[in-house]
Design a protein around this ligand. Structure first.
Ligand SMILES: [Zn+2]
Length: 274
C-alpha cells in the first residue's frame, strides 16, 4: 500500500505536470467508489481548472477552480497516470480526465479500493477534521517534542501499532515504521511508556530521515507502486528489514524474525532491537 513517500512522489509529479490545466472532458468507466454519483461527478469536473495538487497524510488533494476540491485515496493499488491524448485506457482505468495541452489524467485501480471524492472547499475542511490526521512528519513543526506528545496519547499501546495510527503521525505505514524501529534499535512490541526520551528522539530522527530519503528515491516499489509516468520508485533497494525475514541482520548477523501484529507482517532483529 502506498505510504507517505509514494503519495508525495505522485503529488509532486501531478503538480508539475497538470497544475493550471483545464478539465475539458471526463469519462467514467467505474465510479461506484466515487462521490458524487456519476452524472454530477462529471458535470462538476468539466470546465474546472486544476489549480494545484497537495497532500495531507496519504490523501491527494486536487484544488480546483470555483472553490471546489477533489480528494483521492490510492488505498491498495490506485494510481494516477499522465498520458498524451492518443493513449487509450485499459480495463483497469476507471476515470479519464481530458486536459488542456493534449494531456490526459488516468485514474487506474486494479483492486478498486481507492476513491475520488469531489467536495466544496468548506466540505473538504470538515472532511479532514473528521479524519483527525496527526502531524505531518516532513514539516519542520514535527519536532521530537510533538512526536513524544503524540505517542503519549497511546502510552499503554505497542510502538509498532501506534506508528501505523494515522492520528498519531500522518502517512507512516508498514514499511517505514519497520525500518525506522530497526534503525532506532527499538523492539516493535515495546510499550510506549517504557520508551526513554532518547529512544523517542532517535526514533523521530529516523522516521523523518527515512521518509525524506524515500521521497528523494521516488518511493518504494516493493509491491506494484508506479509513479505518474509508470516508473517504479527505487527505495526498495535501500530497505534493511522489510521483507528480509530469515536473513541476517546487517548490524549484528542475528537472523531476522517475522511476527504478525494486527494482521500486519512485522520483521525485526530479536537481538539488537530491545
Ligand atoms: Zn541485529
Amino acid at each position: 500500500m502506498p505510504e507517505l513517500p509514494e503519495v508525495e512522489t505522485v503529488v509532486r509529479q501531478l503538480n508539475s505536470a497538470i497544475a493550471n490545466l483545464k478539465i475539458n472532458d471526463v469519462q467514467v468507466y467505474f465510479g461506484i467508489r466515487n462521490q458524487p454519483e456519476q452524472k454530477s461527478f462529471i458535470s462538476t469536473l468539466v470546465g474546472k481548472t486544476i489549480l494545484k495538487v497537495e497532500r495531507r497524510a496519504k490523501v491527494i488533494i486536487f484544488r480546483l477552480s470555483d472553490d471546489m476540491t477533489m480528494v483521492a485515496h490510492l488505498k491498495m493499488s490506485g494510481k494516477f497516470f499522465i498520458h498524451l491524448a492518443e493513449v487509450k485506457p485499459d480495463k483497469h482505468t476507471h476515470v479519464v480526465l481530458r486536459l488542456d495541452n493534449d494531456k490526459q489524467l488516468f485514474w487506474h485501480d486494479v483492486r478498486k479500493f481507492g476513491y475520488l471524492k469531489i467536495m466544496t472547499n468548506l466540505e473538504v475542511d470538515d472532511w479532514f477534521l473528521n479524519k483527525n490526521f496527526g502531524p505531518e512528519p516532513l514539516l519542520d513543526t514535527f519536532t521530537p517534542a510533538v512526536f513524544k506528545r503524540q505517542l503519549l496519547t497511546r502510552k499503554n499501546a505497542k510502538i509498532k501499532n501506534t506508528l501505523l495510527d494515522q492520528s498519531v503521525v500522518a502517512g507512516v505505514g508498514n514499511i517505514y515504521d519497520i525500518e525506522a524501529l530497526w534503525l532506532a534499535k527499538i523492539h516493535p512490541l515495546r510499550v510506549i511508556n517504557t520508551l526513554t526520551d532518547s529512544e523517542i528522539e532517535l526514533l523521530h530522527q529516523h522516521i523523518v530521515a527515512i521518509l525524506h530519503k524515500s521521497v528523494a528515491a521516488n518511493g518504494t516499489s516493493s509491491d506494484d507502486f508506479l509513479d505518474t509516468s509508470k516508473k517504479r520508485g527505487t527505495f526498495q533497494d535501500e530497505l534493511k528489514v522489510y521483507g528480509k525475514e530469515n536473513t541476517p541482520c546487517p548490524r549484528c548477523a542475528t537472523i531476522f524474525t517475522k511476527i504478525k501484529l494486527n494482521g500486519r507482517g512485522t520483521v525485526f532483529c530479536p537481538s539488537c532491537q530491545i
